[in-house]
Design a protein around this ligand. Structure first.
Ligand SMILES: [Zn+2]
Length: 169
């Protein structure tokens, strides 16, 4: 039985529903540039100003953090830009200090945790570009990985097809 490699290769290019998921993911990520959107991901954050905590949801959002998975992992927060993930937060942690000490090279840290309200259009465009590039790299790595394993499978099939016939030559 001959193998139609051309047809298979065409089929492996990113399916539409997957493309849609990636764009959705990028859209969600871009929203996190806004402090209010980041704050919205931490509705039940346990430490508040009223109980004297420094590590409040407001301060975390201002420091660039949001919660990627509020339902399943509400304690694990991530920087919207450098993607640094931190958990085990304590009431007296200073979110900006923590961000700085875990990744001083983050561009958001370097631009002094500028609030989205005070950003210039140029700064906003720059951040959007960085985030898009990051997500596209991630997507590319995933596609390459999937493509590689599919190619390995094709090579395996080809080997199995050729090798039994080799002794005939
Ligand atoms: Zn960061």
């Amino acid at each position: 039985m001959p193998i139609d490699f051309h047809r298979k290769a065409e089929h492996q290019i990113l399916p539409e529903e997957q493309q849609y998921l990636y764009f959705k993911m990028l859209e969600e990520q871009l929203k996190m540039i806004f402090t209010t959107e980041r704050l919205r991901t931490m509705p039940n954050w346990p430490f508040t100003k009223e109980d004297g905590s420094k590590c409040t949801a407001e301060k975390l959002a201002e420091a660039g953090f949001y919660c990627p998975n509020p339902q399943e992992d509400p304690g694990s927060l991530c920087c919207f830009l450098c993607q640094k993930e931190l958990d085990g937060w304590e009431p007296m942690d200073d979110p900006m200090e923590e961000h700085r000490s875990h990744n001083a090279r983050c561009k958001f840290v370097k631009m002094g945790f500028r609030d989205s309200e005070d950003m210039t259009v140029k700064e906003y465009m720059k951040l959007s570009k960085d985030i898009s590039r990051l997500k596209l790299d991630e997507m590319e790595q995933r596609i390459l990985k999937e493509h590689r394993s599919a190619t390995e499978k094709d090579a395996e099939e080809l080997r199995n097809f050729i090798e039994p016939n080799r002794s005939d030559c």
